[in-house]
Design a protein around this ligand. Structure first.
Ligand SMILES: C=CC1=C(C)c2cc3[nH]c(cc4nc(cc5[nH]c(cc1n2)c(C)c5CCC(=O)O)C(CCC(=O)O)=C4C)c(C)c3C=C
Ligand SMILES: [Fe+2]
Ligand SMILES: [Fe+2]
Length: 350
């Protein structure tokens, strides 16, 4: 059913924009999560390595600028808002502003291509919490379908993978191995969502697009305690396996699980995985994420128009259908094992 919207809302993760932001940001990210404090401090070091600034907020600003141009050029007459889960601009403040501006019903784009607790349900919970905090008159918010199999995501990723292969030394290009990487999540989270299935399909589509049969889906940025099972293999272990089986091979690492080159891409891949590949004698190139690619920006506009049309064209590639518009009640449900009492401290809110 077509719906009428009077605003567009970008909802993202947020990131620190200076050294003083790093710890409160991480405390926001990890509140209620079973992640050891040592891991939090380790990740803080990654951010401090880059001056305490994550590029994610500036990447969102760039995407918003590109979207304004795209909407104006194609007659989509919706004001654009932006709110984050973990750092300013916080979602609740944005919703407060939307209420003041008289917005009644917004359509939201989450910066996650896949269904998972963190990428889907937690954002929906964040919306509900923000609505409660804003109170009477808070805008209603619907979310766009996940886009892991939309041509506007897959085709730019094929182009970026092709560019990355071309950066390998010519003698390493034939026989290249592709590692598609995504954020690892606890097995308990993975079992109640379509994260792995959707990631495998997106990876398959990109591998097929560049005609490379030798590919594997692997994981990165694991944060759980060693006792808790998370999705594997880790990218470094996968690199070691390639080095053992194909010494000196060319490897392209494609961060298919992310849509911008944020800290988890810059540190975990460009620093750690690159260093590991060098030690193992592999030639590694990391493919870029979609960022503000024109086709990706167009995709967001198409997804909005799709929801506002009576007979929409629901673009999709591959073997899976377009994902649902409205999440069923238990979609991406996750009841985490809580950390022991006293293991975490409440975070200061920005
Ligand atoms: C229990 C699961 C997760 C923990 C713990 C976790 C910690 C953690 N994450 C970041 C930074 C980012 N995470 C991002 C996305 C993301 N994170 C998880 C799960 C956990 N993260 C998932 C399932 C996802 C979604 C993946 C996807 O589908 O896109 C991102 C990217 C956000 C974006 O909008 O692009 C970042 C950045 C930190 C710093 C952290 C703590 C140690
Ligand atoms: Fe994460
Ligand atoms: Fe979901």
């Amino acid at each position: 059913m077509a719906a009428n919207y009077d605003a567009f809302l970008l909802i993202s993760f947020g990131g620190p924009e200076g050294p003083d932001d790093v710890m409160p940001f991480l405390e926001n990210v990890l509140r209620g999560k079973n992640v050891p404090r040592e891991r939090m401090l380790e990740v803080a070091e990654h951010y401090n390595h880059f001056g305490g600034v994550s590029p994610i907020n500036s990447q969102c600003r760039e995407l918003l600028e590109a979207l304004k141009v795209e909407f104006a050029a194609s007659g989509v007459n919706l004001p654009i808002y932006w709110g984050n889960r973990n750092w300013t601009p916080m979602l609740r403040d944005t919703m407060e502003q939307m209420k003041k501006d008289g917005v009644k019903r917004a359509i939201a784009f989450f910066t996650s291509a896949y269904s998972s607790y963190s990428g889907c349900r937690q954002y929906r919970e964040n919306i509900m919490t923000a609505q409660q905090e804003v109170g009477e008159g808070a805008p209603a918010v619907d979310k766009l379908r996940v886009f892991f199999n939309h041509p506007g995501f897959i085709e730019p990723m094929i182009a970026r993978t092709r560019d990355a292969i071309a950066k390998l030394p010519p003698e390493k290009q034939s026989g290249v191995k592709i590692l598609f990487t995504a954020h690892s999540i606890p097995m308990g989270m993975a079992t109640n969502c379509r994260y792995e299935v959707q990631l495998s399909e997106a990876s398959r589509l990109v591998a097929e697009g560049v005609n490379i049969p030798d590919w594997k889906l692997v994981y990165q940025s694991r944060s759980g305690p060693p006792s808790q099972p998370w999705l594997e293999p880790d990218v470094s272990d996968a690199l070691a396996t390639i080095a053992a089986e194909h010494p000196g091979a060319g490897v392209v690492v494609v961060p298919i699980g992310f849509i911008s080159d944020h800290m988890e891409v810059m540190f975990d891949l460009d620093e750690e995985a690159m260093h590991k590949a060098g030690e193992l004698g592999l030639s590694m190139v990391r493919a870029a994420t979609v960022g503000s690619d024109p086709q990706f920006v167009q995709m967001i506009r198409q997804l909005v128009v799709e929801r506002m049309s009576d007979n929409p064209e629901r673009l999709v590639l591959g073997q899976l259908p377009p994902n649902h518009d409205v999440c069923p009640a238990d979609c991406c449900k996750y009841e985490p094992v809580r950390p022991p009492m006293g293991a975490g401290r409440p975070a200061a809110r920005p």
